[in-house]
Write a protein that binds this ligand. Structure first.
Ligand code: CDP
Length: 315
């Protein structure tokens, strides 16, 4: 090591230890991307024959009649028998059966979207999927867009931001306005404590006549998807919302574009520090998710031409 000059300015590495990992990812990503129809069809077939997302991802009156037994995917041994009251909150038909879209955008919440100018490109997709009720106004539009056809909501947000919908419910309904008449997808039957708050969300939307359409993840679909990814080498306790939505998109859309997926704390081009989300710096629970391992699998699909990851800024 060259001897350091006394009083020389100390440049701290903006990316302690991450440079090597990021350099490797960038090298894999830098190969020119080309859609590979065969690889796409093969992967889509594997996924849909194991998981049947196009008609099973969401609970409907058709696939889950009164009296059916729901088995929670996050809690071993917990089940629930569908009562007429719960049944009344299910949508009639599956929103995706017999439908495919040409282009879908799945928007993760990574800080890589900050100042990306990707809003227009995201909004140009036919079907736009977002995760966990992300903010879209106050300057974020330019970078993340506004179009939303499906948005997920983790019940933890309902607990933290809207008092579990036990008190005043109007602020929740008002916050849904940004998403128009999109589907609001809730994991109501993943953990026991998700069920009452998810049902309250559905009742609130109905009572306030909000145009948002609440729907519930089918725990059977989530279970089969977890098994699928385990068979592909993923060792995580829970799949991240982003990976679930990207998987569903592969079944539903011919061209899948992913934005906001970058689980590293520095930018791929320039290595400047990033916040975890484009709107805050709350950290992901690494105990449950394995986002870098998930990212590795997504990058593999990108390299195979099955889907397209967007890292960095948009033109
Ligand atoms: O539900 P979860 O807490 O996993 O998600 P989130 O933090 O609201 O972000 C939505 C999704 O974006 C995640 O599930 C990840 O798939 C993806 N994400 C990412 O790839 N990199 C980040 N730095 C943050 C989120």
């Amino acid at each position: 090591r060259p001897p350091q000059k006394k009083n020389a300015p100390q440049h701290s590495d903006p990316c302690k230890g991450c440079r090597e990992v990021i350099d490797k990812v960038v090298a894999r990503y830098s190969q020119p991307w080309k859609r590979q129809e065969d690889s796409y069809q093969k992967f889509r077939f594997q996924l849909s024959s194991k998981c049947h997302g196009f008609n099973k991802a969401i609970i409907t009156k058709t696939n889950t009649p009164v009296g059916s037994k729901l088995v929670y995917d996050g809690e071993k041994k917990r089940t629930l028998q569908v009562t007429p009251e719960i049944f009344s909150t299910f949508i009639k038909d599956h929103p995706f059966s017999n439908k495919t879209w040409d282009t879908c955008a799945v928007v993760g919440n990574g800080g890589i979207l900050t100042n990306s100018s990707c809003g227009k490109m995201i909004d140009s997709a036919q079907f736009v999927i977002r995760c966990n009720l992300p903010p879209l106004a106050n300057g974020y539009e330019k970078h993340v867009g506004v179009k939303t056809d499906l948005v997920t909501a983790n019940p933890s947000i309902l607990l933290e931001k809207y008092g579990a919908l036990m008190g005043r419910r109007r602020p929740f309904v008002e916050s849904l306005r940004t998403y128009g008449d999109s589907l609001l997808l809730l994991p109501a039957f993943s953990f026991g404590h998700n069920t009452p708050v998810s049902l309250r969300a559905a009742y609130t939307i109905e009572d306030f006549e909000s145009p948002t359409r609440p729907v519930f993840f089918n725990p059977e679909y989530l279970h089969s998807l977890a098994l699928f990814w385990r068979s592909q080498g993923l060792k995580a306790v829970r799949l991240s919302t982003g990976l679930i939505m990207a998987s569903l998109a592969v079944e539903l859309c011919s061209n899948v574009h992913l934005y906001g997926f970058w689980p590293f704390s520095n930018h791929p081009h320039g290595l400047q520090p990033l916040t975890n989300h484009y709107y805050d710096n709350r950290q992901t629970k690494t105990k449950f998710h394995a986002m870098p391992a998930e990212f590795d699998l997504l990058l593999r699909l990108h390299s195979q031409g099955v889907l397209r990851l967007h890292l960095g800024d948009c033109p």
